[in-house]
Design a protein around this ligand. Structure first.
Ligand code: GDP
Ligand code: CA
Length: 327
């Protein structure tokens, strides 16, 4: 079975671990979000690709969900001693090596897809990990910063990098707009459209619908390829009980005018794209609403508390895909 998964960071990576275990013989291609990418200290950092790579390669910091296990932060401390920031983005010593290798290879002319393949030679994630695009796409967020002055005027409207919004500000101010800068001009990376065309099923893991899956779908050609592939497309809700399980997805959903409910996210993807949608059992009451929108829906436990629970989620997603195929 050939499975294509559109993945962000933590939610995508953890789901993939369960999927791999559920169908060990499947041929899994992961199309990774690169809208979170940022240049720091002259280095190209790809947080979502690395989270998938480290998680599936057993190098992840389990508790945190991102970054390397057994990490130290000497380099960051030394940079801070020189007054060189930013200090709000946690790059550890082990992690730095990945970004140095990546930046060197990009500088030598290799596209990001080839660099990612080379990095995966070490990590052996057991899936084919392809960035959504080799072209630079960076998500930005429009915000109005609170007025810290004493004059009492209105705050300053600014467009900031997604990581500044997410990591530095912890999404503490409303996101007024979310823009995947560069996406319109970006081309799908080599292998992306081919993998979709050859897939037996396409899965949207419980990744952020706006800044992870939404960004991947914003690369011209990808959404169309999925809609035209003629294979079941099944997603799992990252929203459980009207709130994100983890993180601040509600903030970026609000920016695109979508309420933070499992049903609203399904409708946001729409029946033109999505054939099946899994919601958590606590949201069983919305199944009817999702089905009324033309999307086959089931309520099953959706908390990735451990590997076994995640394996069951992956099996449910594939079972729903089979139901769609048979219908
Ligand atoms: P990020 O790039 O690290 O933010 O990760 P993703 O975009 O892949 O996934 C983030 C989403 O995963 C968040 O919106 C969470 O609500 C969701 N998520 C995290 N853990 C779980 C879980 O156990 N179950 C479900 N259903 N969603 C989860
Ligand atoms: Ca991310």
């Amino acid at each position: 079975m050939r499975i294509v998964v559109l993945a962000g960071g933590i939610g995508g990576a953890r789901f993939l671990r369960g999927l791999k275990r559920a169908v060990p013989d499947a041929d899994i291609t992961v199309i990774g979000n690169t809208g979170d990418d940022i240049h720091l200290f002259g280095l190209k950092v790809c947080p979502d690709l690395d989270t998938v790579m480290y998680t599936l390669g057993d190098g992840i910091n389990e508790e945190q969900g991102w970054g390397r296990a057994d990490e130290t932060f000497h380099l960051k401390e030394e940079l801070a001693a020189y007054g060189v920031g930013p200090d709000w983005f946690g790059l550890g010593d082990r992690d730095f090596a990945t970004h140095i290798v990546r930046t060197q290879m990009l500088g030598a002319g290799y596209p990001l897809s080839a660099v990612t393949e080379a990095l995966c030679d070490r990590w052996k994630p057991g899936v084919r990990l392809i960035p959504m695009s080799d072209d630079r796409v960076e998500t930005h967020v429009a915000v109005t910063l609170p007025d810290t002055g004493s004059a009492g005027g209105s705050g300053e409207r600014k467009v900031i990098h997604f990581q500044e919004y997410w990591v530095r500000l912890r999404a503490s101010v409303p996101a007024e707009a979310v823009v995947p800068v560069g996406a319109e001009q970006a081309k799908p990376a080599p292998g992306v459209l081919e993998a979709i065309a050859e897939a037996d099923v396409v899965l949207f893991p419980p990744s952020n619908p706006v800044v992870s899956v939404g960004t991947i779908l914003a690369v011209p050609g990808i959404r169309e390829a999925i809609a035209d592939a003629g294979v079941p497309v099944v997603g799992l809700s990252p929203i459980v009980g009207d709130a994100p399980v983890r993180g601040m997805a509600d903030k970026v959903l609000a920016a695109v005018g979508v309420e933070s409910t499992a049903a609203a996210v399904a409708e946001h993807y729409g029946s033109g794209l999505l054939d099946g949608w899994l919601v958590d059992t606590v949201d069983a009451a919305v199944v009817e609403r999702v089905e009324a929108a033309g999307i086959r829906c089931r309520a099953v436990p959706l908390m990735m508390t451990d590997l076994e629970a995640t394996v069951r989620m992956a099996r449910e997603a594939l079972a729903l895909a089979e139901e769609v195929r048979a219908s």
